[in-house]
Design a protein around this ligand. Structure first.
Ligand SMILES: *[C@@H]1O[C@H](CO)[C@@H](O)[C@H](O)[C@H]1NC(C)=O
Ligand SMILES: *[C@@H]1O[C@H](CO)[C@@H](O)[C@H](O)[C@H]1NC(C)=O
Ligand SMILES: *[C@@H]1O[C@H](CO)[C@@H](O)[C@H](O)[C@H]1NC(C)=O
Ligand SMILES: *[C@@H]1O[C@H](CO)[C@@H](O)[C@H](O)[C@H]1NC(C)=O
Length: 615
């Protein structure tokens, strides 16, 4: 019965009445679509405190899962018994079956509390971020799969749980370790809604990219954009996959004529919009409101600021429904109370197209986008900057994406990643506010790596807009702003030709690609033509394609806001080798980890002692 007493002892630390006791949660999310399961949390240096509120008077449970399913999950369950006392337990699920009671080994949940009123049960606990017990899941820096379940009744035996049934359970992806305190808005804030208008999503295709032209209204002078949030038409939450808001290197001449026009992106949209390639901001499914740091804003409405925007909406319609009509979009918050720093957005990517080539049957293929030091340095020099402060990151890949990693290199040394997510989820993406702004200095370079799993695919995966194609694109939010907007590079295809047994190659103006000139059976063929005629994928061939990512000569796109080259002539040698890659400390082998375990166990002993003396 230690749990009962723990309630009395620790009530002040983890309390449902946060306001009166000083626990302030920094993040919250509904875990289910019905909005019955509400999670609030905050992180401290080594711990996370969570409060789960569920509309039930029975049992509630939350778990940390490797992939959204039960096996391998670390589960916390609690309820308030008929005796009015709270109960909670730590479980470990080995399979899709009743989880194993993990309470005797090392209770990882402490400062626990459970209460209920007429309608809701609320449980609250604190846990360490890093857990070194093999049955317990560390909270990741990147995306976490959180599972939840509840039951209308309490369990009859405190070591067993009631089966939640098919509906009272689920999973969702969450970024847990990045605080998102909504900031107070200045009094003069005004909003600008950029919405689609009753768009009938085509029922004959899985993926639709709709592009809409928007003339920015007269804002009455310079403003700072300080927050954005999605406005999703109720009912279309599953279909609206992402928005990217672009500005144009060259704006259409007649803005009024283009305002409110729409077309399929890069297909039926007006020619003039092909200049609209500079990302201003991006949102994707699962994301919520994004607040810029207090000292920074994105300039709009000034004389040199964009007067036209292109809103790209990605509709995902796997069931090919023909009844989806949508008016979703973005809401921007603007203020005249200007902040100290002008924000810029830098796109680091590989080209979106056939040049990104991912072999089938690969458990791990990494595409590498390299933002060369010369490009970054030139961009900084042109803007007379000695450093960039990166405060947010938005990595983007499609369905095969597993890990995304924004690496930071200075000279021979790699520094800690700007943002790394080893659990990337296509269905949950958002701009991540970094814990601390990261400084990019002249001479630094950035590598953006996307690692894919194509073991379930028989054909090549190429880069492209469709969900089944891939992308490897990251947007970095930083200040002060420079004109450099896109820093992209990707391997030249003669590398792939050589990997596919061509013994000599040349560039063909005709095909706008490299072709083989020997041996005879490959003459005049491009790498893609050879690939499409079918090749036998061996581990060796996959490895050759992988080496191309770091060893092939490259194309480079180092461009400013007006789509002019900032540096170079468009081609590059292979990226330099990083002599000293970043090695992350193993938090479970060091003395710190041992100390943390001892501390936690001591806490349990102290609690047990208190309990025994009280009882
Ligand atoms: C019960 O708790 C829930 C969740 O905190 C709250 O929304 C609801 O208003 C409470 N009901 C009563 C009657 O206090
Ligand atoms: C998470 O990021 C922090 C710094 O932001 C780092 O110290 C820590 O090692 C990372 N943890 C993991 C598991 O990568
Ligand atoms: C969109 O369609 C709805 C329902 O037909 C209609 O009420 C609304 O006025 C339309 N919105 C616009 C902006 O045309
Ligand atoms: C390759 O293309 C060139 C130019 O189009 C042509 O002259 C030549 O006959 C072709 N060779 C083969 C083997 O198809």
């Amino acid at each position: 019965m230690w749990t009962t007493v723990a309630l009395l002892v620790f009530v002040a630390v983890c309390d449902v009445k946060a306001a009166t006791t000083g626990v302030t949660f920094t993040n919250n999310a509904y875990l289910d679509e019905a909005m019955n399961v509400f999670l609030q949390w905050r992180r401290d240096e080594t711990t996370v405190t969570m409060q789960l509120e569920v509309q039930t008077r029975g049992m509630v449970a939350i778990g940390f899962s490797p992939n959204g399913n039960m096996p391998g999950s670390d589960i916390f369950a609690g309820y308030v018994g008929d005796d009015g006392q709270p109960y909670f337990h730590d479980f470990y699920a080995e399979a899709q079956e009743h989880p194993v009671y993990d309470g005797d080994s090392n209770q990882n949940y402490y400062d626990v509390l459970a209460t209920e009123n007429d309608t809701h049960t609320i449980v609250c606990f604190t846990r360490r971020i890093v857990l070194c017990d093999s049955n317990d899941k560390t909270v990741n820096n990147g995306t976490n799969r959180v599972i939840w379940a509840w039951h209308a009744d309490d369990p009859t035996d405190e070591r067993s749980l009631l089966y939640h049934g098919a509906t009272n359970r689920g999973s969702r992806s969450l970024q847990i370790l990045y605080p998102r305190t909504e900031q107070a808005l200045p009094d003069d804030v005004q909003t600008l809604e950029l919405l689609n208008v009753n768009y009938s999503v085509p029922g004959n295709r899985h993926t639709t990219y709709l592009c809409r032209g928007i003339k920015i209204p007269d804002l009455g002078g310079k403003k700072h954009l300080i927050r954005w949030e999605p406005v999703i038409q109720p009912g279309n939450e599953g279909a609206v996959h992402h928005f990217v808001l672009y500005t144009c290197g060259q704006e259409p001449a007649d803005l009024d004529a283009h305002d409110g026009q729409e077309g399929i992106c890069y297909s039926t949209m007006p020619e003039e919009w092909y200049h609209c390639t500079i990302t201003l901001l991006a949102w994707a499914i699962g994301g919520t409101v994004f607040d810029l740091p207090q000292n920074a804003g994105i300039s709009v409405g000034d004389t040199n600021d964009p007067r036209f925007l292109m809103l790209e909406t990605h509709y995902d319609n796997p069931d090919m429904r023909d009844d989806i009509v949508d008016s979703s979009g973005l809401r921007l918050y603007l203020t005249s109370t200007l902040r100290t720093n002008e924000v810029g957005v830098l796109q680091v990517a590989v080209d979106v197209g056939q040049s990104q080539k991912i072999p089938p049957g690969s458990a791990s293929h990494t595409t590498v986008a390299h933002c060369y030091s010369e490009c970054l340095q030139q961009g900084m020099e042109d803007a007379s900057l000695t450093a960039l402060n990166v405060f947010g990151a938005f990595p983007h890949a499609h369905l095969a994406g597993r890990t995304v990693n924004i690496r930071h290199v200075r000279g021979a040394n790699e520094l800690q990643a700007i943002f790394k997510d080893e659990f990337y989820d296509f269905n949950y993406q958002e701009t991540v506010p970094l814990e601390e702004a990261r400084q990019i200095l002249p001479g630094d370079s950035i590598l953006f790596e996307c690692t894919y799993d194509t073991t379930d695919r028989n054909d090549m995966t190429y880069g492209g807009l469709a969900t089944q194609n891939e992308m490897c694109m990251a947007w970095l939010l930083y200040y002060p702003r420079m004109d450099l907007a896109r820093c992209e590079s990707w391997p030249m295809s003669d590398w792939y030709l050589t990997s596919l047994s061509a013994t000599s190659t040349e560039y063909s103006e005709d095909k706008q690609d490299f072709i083989a000139t020997a041996p005879a059976n490959l003459v005049n063929l491009t790498a893609d033509e050879i690939l499409s005629s079918g090749v036998t994928w061996t581990d060796e061939l996959r490895a050759a394609f992988q080496r191309g990512e770091t060893q092939a000569a490259r194309y480079e796109r180092c461009m400013d806001n007006s789509n002019n080259l900032v540096h170079g002539d468009g081609t590059r040698p292979a990226p330099p080798v990083i002599e000293f890659p970043w090695v992350s400390a193993d938090e479970c082998s060091g003395s710190d980890a041992v100390a943390a375990n001892i501390a936690a166990n001591l806490l349990m002993l102290v609690m047990a002692y208190i309990i025994m003396t009280v009882m």
